[in-house]
Design a protein around this ligand. Structure first.
Ligand SMILES: *Cc1c(COP(=O)(O)O)cnc(C)c1O
Length: 343
C-alpha cells in the first residue's frame, strides 16, 4: 500500500468525475464558447453571491491575476509572512505586477486588523511604495490549515475601506474552512473584492482554479489571463470535473479533517514528537526533537513503510489528508505511527 500524504493535490479523478469529464459539452473557451466552462463560472459566482467568475489553470495564476487587477507597478501589498503569494509563487508578485510585499508577523499565517493598519504606508508620503492591496489566505497553508476568525476578516475590510485598499482572499483551501466552520460562501463573497479558489486541492480535480469577484475587477481579468498564457480552448473537460467536485466531493472534506485530527493525536503520543500544531482542517504540521531521528531520517523511516510526507524546513514536517487517503490507508498509517516508538 503506497500512502501519499505530501499534499491534497496528489489525488486522481474519481470514476464519477472521469465520467463527467468524458461526457462534457465543450467549445472554444477563448471565444467564451465552452458551455461547461461557462456553467462552472456561473456556478461558482452564484455560490459566492458574486458578480463574475473566471476559470484558470492554476491557483498561482488566479492570485497573480488578482494582484495585477488591484495594483500598479511600484505599489505594495500587505500579507502575512507565511503567505503563499509571497513564499510559493516564484516571486510572481514582482515579476508579473512590479509590486513588493509588506510582510506582517501574524499568528499561524493570520494577521490582526491593527497589524494591517500599521503596515499601510502613508498615502501622501511619496517616498514609500503606495499600499494598494491586502491579501489574506484561508485556510492558511504554511499556518497548518488554520481558519480565520470571521470577525477579524470584517475588521480588516474596514481598514481596507478606510484607506481605499483592495481586499483579496487566496482561498485555495477556502472549501476546507467553509466545511470546518459551517460557514456560508456568500458571507465571503459579500466581504472581499476578489476570491481565488482551487478545485485541484481537497475537491479532487486534476486541474483548475476559479477567480470570483466584483464585475469591475473581473472585466479586466480575461485580458490578464490571456497575457499570462492562461487562455485555454476546450477547457470544458476540466471545468466539468470542477462542477462534479462541487456537487459530489465538497461535503466529504469533513472526513479528511477527522482523519487529520486522529493522525495528530497518534503523533502526540510519540515521545520524540515535540509539538503538533493545532489541527483545524486537513493539514498536520508537527516537529520532532532530533534525539531519535533527524527530520530527514524520520522522513526516510516513514518512506521505508511506504508513507510519504514532506519536510517544511526549520524542523517542521507536514502531512495532508485527502480524498485518495482511504479508511484502510488511515488505519494502516495510525498503526505504523504507533510502531515508530519501538523502532
Ligand atoms: C496551492 C495553493 C495555491 C495555488 O497553487 P497552484 O499550485 O498554483 O494551483 C495558492 N494559495 C495557496 C494557499 C495554496 O495552498
Amino acid at each position: 500500500m503506497e500512502i501519499n500524504l505530501i499534499s491534497d493535490t496528489v489525488t486522481k479523478p474519481s470514476p464519477g468525475m472521469l465520467k463527467a469529464m468524458m461526457t462534457a459539452k465543450v467549445g472554444d473557451d477563448v471565444f467564451k464558447a465552452d458551455p461547461s466552462v461557462n456553467a462552472l463560472e456561473e456556478k461558482v459566482a452564484t455560490l459566492f453571491g458574486m458578480e463574475a467568475a473566471l476559470f484558470f489553470p492554476s491557483g498561482t495564476m488566479t492570485n497573480q491575476t488578482a494582484i495585477k487587477l488591484h495594483t500598479n507597478p511600484g505599489d505594495q501589498l500587505i500579507c502575512d509572512k507565511y503567505a503563499h503569494v509571497y513564499n510559493y509563487e516564484g516571486g510572481g508578485v514582482s515579476f508579473n505586477s512590479g509590486v513588493s510585499c509588506k510582510l506582517v508577523d501574524g499568528e499561524r499565517g493570520m494577521m490582526k486588523a491593527s497589524q494591517v493598519e500599521a503596515a499601510i504606508n502613508p498615502p501622501d508620503f511619496y517616498h514609500s511604495p503606495l499600499t494598494s492591496l491586502v491579501c489574506i489566505e484561508n485556510t492558511t497553508n504554511k499556518g497548518g490549515g488554520a481558519c480565520w476568525d470571521f470577525e477579524e476578516l470584517i475588521a480588516i475590510r474596514k481598514v481596507c475601506d478606510a484607506y481605499g485598499l483592495g481586499y483579496h482572499l487566496d482561498g485555495a483551501r477556502l472549501w476546507n474552512a467553509l466545511v470546518a466552520k459551517g460557514e456560508d460562501p456568500k458571507t465571503y463573497g459579500a466581504l472581499f473584492d476578489t476570491i481565488s479558489v482551487c478545485l485541484s486541492k481537497g475537491l479532487g480535480c486534476p486541474v483548475g482554479s476559479v477567480l470570483v469577484g466584483k464585475k469591475k475587477y473581473l472585466d479586466n481579468a480575461l485580458r490578464i489571463r490571456k497575457i499570462l498564457g492562461g487562455g485555454m480552448r476546450q477547457a470544458g473537460f476540466l471545468a466539468a470535473a470542477g462542477i462534479y467536485a462541487l456537487d459530489h466531493q465538497f461535503e466529504r472534506l469533513a472526513e479528511d479533517h477527522l482523519k487529520a485530527i486522529e493522525l495528530g493525536k497518534q503523533l502526540e503520543k510519540l515521545s520524540f514528537v515535540k509539538k503538533v500544531e493545532p489541527i483545524e482542517t486537513n493539514i498536520i504540521i508537527f516537529e520532532i526533537n532530533e534525539e531519535k531521528w533527524t527530520t530527514d531520517e524520520f522522513l526516510e523511516a516513514l518512506s521505508k513503510k511506504n508513507i510519504q510526507i514532506i519536510g517544511m524546513g526549520q524542523g517542521k514536517l507536514r502531512m495532508v489528508t485527502h480524498m485518495d487517503y482511504t479508511g484502510d490507508m488511515h488505519t494502516h498509517t495510525l498503526k505504523i505511527i504507533a510502531s515508530l516508538e519501538g523502532l
